[in-house]
Design a protein around this ligand. Sequence first.
Ligand code: NAD
Length: 350
Amino acid sequence: MALTPEAVTKLIASGFELAVERGAGTSARFTDEAYLDAGAELVAPEAAADCAGIVRVGRPEPAEVERLAAGTVLIGFLQPLSDAEGVERLRAQGVVAFAMESIPRTTRAQSMDALSSQATIAGYKAVLLAADRSPKLFPLLMTAAGTIAPARVLVLGAGVAGLQAIATARRLGAVVSAFDVRPAVAEQVASIGAAFLDLGLKGEETEGGYARELTPEQQQAQQDALSARIPDFDVVITTAAVPGRPAPTLIPAAVVDAMHEGSVIIDLAAETGGNCELTQPGREIEHGGVMIVGLTNVPSLMPADASRLYARNVSALLEHLAPGGELALDFDDEITAGACVTRPTAEVAA
Ligand code: NAD
């Protein structure tokens, strides 16, 4: 849910007038009554046509876009790098669209960084899914009935989701290793108690702190080194991504075949194709005794807190674009310009 009742209360106090789609918060456990109490009006989805701005989680359907008046401000995860058609539709309609993915990842924009807030939730939930699917306990247990060795967990990709997965798996008592192509990550991984897998390969980082896509030769070298190590682990959580590109394949089918019975792969990159060759986006499958969990939109499995964090990100962006509820778009501002993916041509000229 893009706004929680708490966020509604704050935005109304600041000067916004808000309407909430009836029933939209139900699955995140935010009732219509709570929105009414917070001061919002409850409306049908068609009412979007009468609003100056719309905030939502994902992309709108084509039919919804058709109803929007030119100049309407739209905020959401709009997938600007992978959905050129959707962005073009918004542009043709004259919508002023802001993509949460495009907010610059600067200190100033930190409160609006929904990629980070949702990746944090996904990293945490990935470990809970793994612990639930694994037939092994995570912690070392010394009991009267003997000792149980701790689970060995490997996290591939140590960005925001990966670091949260490492911390969560450590809290559950697993012995955690991690790998990322960005060399800067090794220190962060060590500081939260995981071992960094040294594969003898150094990737590069872009100015924005993202991974640069590996060359085919680098990819192959990484693949060979990783393939030899992966079967040592009980659980592999993969989060490797390169913005706007398909997820790199880090676990080929042959490596899954070499993993032991009862191993678990949680592929958080499923949405962009998956880091495991056998991942089926949106599904959990078993292959030769290995569970491969390719669920997409994992933050939606923790809807209340995912919404709380997202609503704070959205509120911060709304206050930035419309302080006190008055729209004041400044395209010389790096956050406004960076997040904007379409705007009417007249404004471009201005
Ligand atoms: P992401 O979701 O794009 O990617 C996840 C991880 O996968 C990254 O760490 C990336 O290096 C890694 N990866 C890519 N290809 C790989 C491969 N072939 N093998 C192994 N790992 C691979 O990244 P993210 O989590 O959104 O964040 C990336 C960076 O942005 C981090 O450095 C993070 O600290 C930084 N960041 C900065 C800010 C800020 O300054 N406000 C906010 C958020 C994130």
